[in-house]
Design a protein around this ligand. Structure first.
Ligand code: 0O2
Length: 207
């Protein structure tokens, strides 16, 4: 049974490892040019088997349809400093020719009821295997540091309460989401000041 899952997850693991290198490479290119990088950092993971099974049961996805219907078995996150960096990152992804963007979900303009904000892009990514090329779905979540802070905290609380938050916690999370939104707004207003300071700092480090 475990062997079957190992085989199933192998191309997803390969895709996550390859994409982490590629997307982190984008950040390094900005650093070399000493210009503001719209990408702050990149993480990636393969969904653990119990989470795959949970989600399949929750969404009524038959196990023999996982490849077609579960889009985030391979998942990456790209964190940005500013909200305005997010469309720049999406454009760069769309211009690449090593994968195809097949779907986009904008939970920034359409915030989720929980308070969740993020921009999701689904890719069809070709993995080279010993049996030939296999195209798999990969989800990239693009978000600011503030959105990531909120989502990380909310996600861990979700484990504790299995999604059934007490009213008080739910309201606090919604207020915290609003505070994260305000933080993003304030930072956007002084974006130019911050970027100038960051370029000065990186040049000083180089000397
Ligand atoms: P993980 O891997 O533990 O993060 P659904 O799962 O029904 O919400 P769907 O169709 O799978 O929706 O696609 P969606 O909403 O684009 O992507 C789901 C993923 O987005 C989730 O993965 C989370 O990573 C993130 N997400 C969506 N809504 C929320 C939210 O309210 N709070 C937080 N913290 N994250 C959210 P999983 O499946 O939860 O798994």
């Amino acid at each position: 049974m475990l062997k079957h899952w190992d085989l199933f997850l192998a191309p997803y693991k390969q895709a996550v490892e390859e994409l982490k290198v590629k997307l982190k490479g984008m950040r390094s290119q900005y650093e070399l040019k000493s210009t503001h990088s719209p990408i702050e950092f990149v993480t990636g993971r393969v969904k653990p088997i119990p989470s795959v099974l949970d989600k399949a049961a929750r969404k009524g996805i038959p196990l023999d349809r996982l490849e077609e219907e579960m889009q985030d078995i391979a998942g990456l996150r790209m964190m940005c400093q500013f909200v305005d960096d997010i469309p720049s990152v999406v454009e760069i992804l769309k211009e690449r020719n090593d994968f195809e963007v097949v779907e986009e979900r904008n939970y920034i303009t359409e915030k989720k009821e929980s308070g969740y904000r993020s921009y999701h892009v689904v890719l069809r990514y070709p993995v080279q295997t010993i049996e030939g090329e296999k195209k798999i779905l990969v989800e990239i979540q693009i978000r600011t540091l503030a959105m990531n802070f909120w989502a990380t905290i909310e996600h861990s609380l979700n484990y504790k309460y299995s999604g059934n938050f007490p009213k008080e916690i739910k309201e606090r999370l919604q207020r915290a989401s609003e505070a994260a939104f305000q933080l993003d707004e304030e930072m956007s207003k002084i974006r130019e000041e911050i970027q100038e300071a960051q370029v000065m700092f990186s040049r000083k480090k180089e000397k």
